[in-house]
Design a protein around this ligand. Structure first.
Ligand code: C2E
Ligand code: MG
Ligand code: MG
Ligand code: MG
Length: 286
């Protein structure tokens, strides 16, 4: 349980090669206050089951409404939070909020759905991660089967035995584990058979030109086929057109997430559609 992760990993980060801009330094300084002032909120983006059209879950996506900087995109501040280690306390706060929200929806009689939360590599490496998750589930009263944790392929590059053991402990809590941005990170696929995983989330970059680009089409088909033979589910991210949706449905992709179906929204706006079933795709592909 206290085994170290990352013994065999190398850091290619060269501090001297990159100079923080003044904006970055200002944001970094504000991150601490943001946590104290509770400036982080969550938006939720639904994810749909392509067979039934029902909402299968929502992904919690962090938003920072900063008193000093206005709305700051996670694409800008998450990398800074990772560099400074602030992602650890921020991530813990976010996980708690997401679990509280999921429990609130269950208690309000909404159809049971999974709450997916992004977990940074640095969080994953925390020695007490599993205990922390377990106590958040206990304190919020959310059964583990309603929680999904999204990790990236960067986790796979860490000490293999330690990662496998940690994933098993996470799964013992009933939690679903998915690989986010699949296809963009780690170069070896061997981790797919070493680790107890449930879902591959195909990165948006492969979906963007789906159908038009023969290469992307081939890659997406191959990922779906591979996932199925490994008994993993597949979720496609960044679905923006009906053409992409129809293609994914016809090629056996299980779940989809994207602006075509729903954008990330505050809890009050999402809860109205939790019982909704999509009518897409309404017609069969020709
Ligand atoms: P991600 O986990 O891959 O999340 C999906 C991102 O794609 C979200 O961006 C979402 O708004 C966006 N997206 C969804 N559907 C579409 C679409 O159809 N088209 C396009 N163009 N974009 C779509 P967002 O919310 O800006 O988050 C960006 C990234 O920041 C996330 O990528 C994730 O890596 C990170 N992030 C967000 N929230 C958290 C968090 O709570 N913790 C951690 N560690 N990372 C987070
Ligand atoms: Mg994600
Ligand atoms: Mg993703
Ligand atoms: Mg992505």
């Amino acid at each position: 349980r206290t085994k170290e992760l990352g013994k065999n990993s190398y850091s290619f980060y060269e501090p001297n090669l990159r100079t923080a801009t003044s904006r970055e330094m200002q944001l970094e300084q504000s991150l601490h206050r943001a946590l104290e002032q509770d400036e982080f909120i969550l938006h939720y983006q639904p994810r749909f089951d392509l067979k039934t059209g029902a909402i299968a879950g929502v992904e919690a996506l962090i938003r920072w409404d900063s008193a000093e900087h206005g709305l700051v995109s996670p694409q800008e501040f998450i990398p800074l939070a990772e560099e400074t280690g602030m992602i650890v306390p921020i991530g813990e706060r976010i996980l708690r909020k997401a679990c509280e929200q999921a429990k609130r929806w269950i208690d309000a009689g909404k159809p049971p759905i999974r709450m997916a939360v992004n977990l940074s590599l640095l969080q994953f490496k925390q020695v007490h991660l599993v205990e922390q998750i377990a106590s958040i589930l206990e304190e919020t009263g959310l059964p583990g089967r309603y929680l999904e944790l999204e990790i990236t392929e960067s986790v796979a590059s860490q000490n293999e035995k330690a990662v496998a053991e940690r994933l098993r402990e996470i799964k013992e809590l009933g939690i679903t584990v998915s690989i986010d941005d699949f296809g963009t990170g780690y170069s070896s696929l061997s981790y797919l058979r070493q680790y107890p995983l449930d879902v591959l989330k195909i990165d948006r970059s492969f979906i963007r030109n789906l159908v038009q680009s023969p290469d992307d089409t081939a890659i997406v088909k191959a990922i779906i086929a591979m996932a199925h033979s490994l008994h993993l589910s597949v979720c496609a991210e960044g679905v923006e057109t009906e053409e992409q949706l129809v293609f994914l449905r016809d090629h056996g992709c299980g779940e989809v997430q994207g602006f075509l179906l729903a954008k990330p929204k505050p809890a009050e706006e999402v809860e109205h559609i939790l019982a909704r079933t999509i009518t897409y795709p309404v017609h069969a592909a020709s």
